[in-house]
Design a protein around this ligand. Structure first.
Ligand code: SAH
Length: 270
């Protein structure tokens, strides 16, 4: 493993929750760091891997407390590094996917602080895999699109080209989408996407509280509310969701084998 130099910051993705999904670099950094500045999405199971002497700094909102300001977080990282500490900045999923990792890295660069960037497994990739859904399947989709359902001002993503997404993006993955899900589903249906398009919601993916709900586009927001789906959750829209019937880790091997045959009937294998 590369040495964790005093006076540097490692900006690391912790994955979506299951400690088993940490990279070896993330695991190494957890053991070596003097200070760990972590977000609300980083779970206890991961923080439990911190070295005994590490100081933990919470930098996200949890339990109704206001979230730390982004400028305060970057200032803290810079201050700690300048005082000669080994600073681990730990973020949920991947730091650069809707995680403001870019802003933090730019602030470190501007301050002349040495840093290392370590990717993590993003919630969409891990969440779909744990639900038994390949995020791409060459018979179904030749593209996958990640969308934030929440702009920095709190509103829905109004600037997107919905007709292009409805016709040209076969699988859509929505982050931060619960609040504006009804709004987004309506935009997609108005733009021509079938209201029957398969949808899956995965809440608290890869944790012990994981909750999966399969539905379809027209009903997704109402079904999510009725089922009490809680944040954090990702929403996947598209035909790859149907493959879950055959790959659901919670199903019996017999049920999966039956589902493979049924899928084969409706879709010609090449
Ligand atoms: N950088 C993170 C995303 C941060 S934005 C990543 O790469 O995963 C926060 C959003 O990520 C949440 O609103 C939710 O949509 C998604 N998310 C993060 N962790 C999740 C989890 N364990 N289960 C489901 N969704 C999750």
């Amino acid at each position: 493993m590369p040495p964790f130099e005093p006076g540097s910051v490692w900006l690391v993705g912790a994955g979506p929750g299951d400690p088993g999904l940490l990279s070896l670099l993330a695991f190494h950094a957890l053991g070596e760091a003097d200070d760990i500045v972590y977000d609300a999405l980083v779970g206890e199971g991961i923080l439990a891997l911190a070295g005994t002497g590490a100081v933990l700094h919470h930098a996200g909102k949890r339990g109704g407390k206001p979230s730390a300001k982004q400028a305060d977080i970057t200032e803290k990282l810079i201050e700690l590094a300048r005082s000669g500490r080994k600073v681990l900045r730990l973020k949920g999923g991947d730091p650069f996917i809707f995680g403001r990792g870019g802003e933090e890295a730019l602030a470190l660069a501007a301050a002349g602080v040495p840093f290392r960037l370590v990717p993590g497994i993003t919630a969409a990739v891990a969440g779909l895999a744990y639900a038994g859904i390949p995020i791409t399947d060459r018979r179904v989709n030749s593209a996958v699109t990640f969308i934030t359902g929440h702009e920095s001002g709190g509103g829905p993503p109004e600037g997107l080209d919905w007709p292009a997404l409805a016709t040209g993006a076969p699988v859509l993955i929505l982050y931060m989408a619960l609040k504006h899900l009804a709004w987004m589903a309506e935009r997609l249906i108005d733009a021509g996407l079938s209201p029957d398009t398969a949808v899956v919601l995965i809440s608290k993916a890869t944790t012990q509280d994981q909750h999966i709900l399969e539905t379809h586009l027209a009903a997704a927001a109402a079904d999510a509310e009725a089922a009490g789906i809680e944040a954090p959750a990702i929403v996947a829209i598209g035909d790859v969701v149907d493959l879950r019937a055959a790959l659901d880790p919670g199903a019996t091997p017999e049920a999966r084998a039956r589902a493979v045959l049924q899928l084969g009937d409706s879709r010609k294998n090449e």
